[in-house]
Design a protein around this ligand. Structure first.
Ligand code: ADP
Ligand code: MG
Length: 229
């Protein structure tokens, strides 16, 4: 029963976040729609037209960014629980992020010294590592190395992500996961890490961060291995 209560609370937290997210998407869409309305004006001077069009584009970009960070939460709250291989899913995520890494001259290396299965929603697992790897690449604007390790012991599986990027101060590390906390100005949403923390918590996992300004960052994720029969 205790387990079921915890589960219900977790689901509730996820649902509340879903509501917050759709709000985040609705705002820029409503704004874009407002500018489209203005564009319908018959005698609109070309300069104004340009301004409205670029505002529409900005708002659509904003909505798109939120969706990218939140993707899995936009889906129905029904959790799809199944067992999946950590290595297979990590490899999947790397394929998704590879083009972005290439664009930024970031070299990806993987070290799989352990393996195992997790129980949970693999879509959400993807979202965690898409957000983390994206941040890592974005922390290396001049290129660098992104290393992903998977290790395991009898009871849990670790995924360790290291970048050689700009790093974070202690204060920045402490604020990770805080909604809207971003150092990227208009290019950031500050929602990615919040999604990461909430999904990992729901999977009974833990996150540790080690970071040094100018040197890089390592994220340590640990998940309890799915019980095998
Ligand atoms: P966003 O990426 O939209 O800014 P996130 O929630 O994904 O929002 O990340 C929040 C902030 O955490 C980032 O703006 C950045 O300052 C910091 N951060 C996250 N990952 C890293 C990293 N690997 N290296 C340096 N800073 C990071
Ligand atoms: Mg991010």
């Amino acid at each position: 029963i205790r387990n079921r209560v915890i589960k219900a609370e977790k689901l509730q937290a996820v649902e509340q976040m879903g509501a917050a997210i759709s709000h985040e998407i609705r705002n820029p869409l409503a704004a874009a729609s407002g500018f489209v309305q203005l564009l319908k004006e018959a005698e609109l001077p070309p300069v104004k037209r340009e301004i409205y069009l670029s505002l529409v584009r900005d708002e659509l970009d904003a909505a798109e960014k939120v969706i990218r960070d939140y993707l899995t939460f936009a889906k129905p709250a029904i959790e799809k629980q199944d067992d999946f291989s950590v290595i297979e899913e990590v490899e999947h995520v790397i394929r998704v992020v590879q083009p972005l890494a290439n664009q930024n001259s970031v070299e990806i290396a993987t070290f799989f010294t352990g393996s195992g299965c997790l129980r949970g929603d693999r879509q959400k697992f993807h979202q965690v590592f898409i957000n983390v790897l994206k941040n890592a690449v974005e922390a290396m604007p001049g290129g660098g190395y992104l290393t992903i390790r998977v290790t395991s012991n009898r009871s849990d599986i670790s995924v360790i992500v290291t970048d050689t990027g700009m790093g974070m101060t202690k204060e920045q590390v402490e604020r990770l996961g805080e909604p809207y906390y971003s150092t990227k100005g208009k290019r950031g949403t500050g929602l990615g890490m919040m999604v990461v923390y909430s999904i990992v918590r729901a999977m009974d996992g833990t996150i540790k961060v080690n970071s040094e300004v100018g040197k890089g960052t390592t994220f340590y994720f640990k998940f309890p291995e799915a019980a095998s029969e």
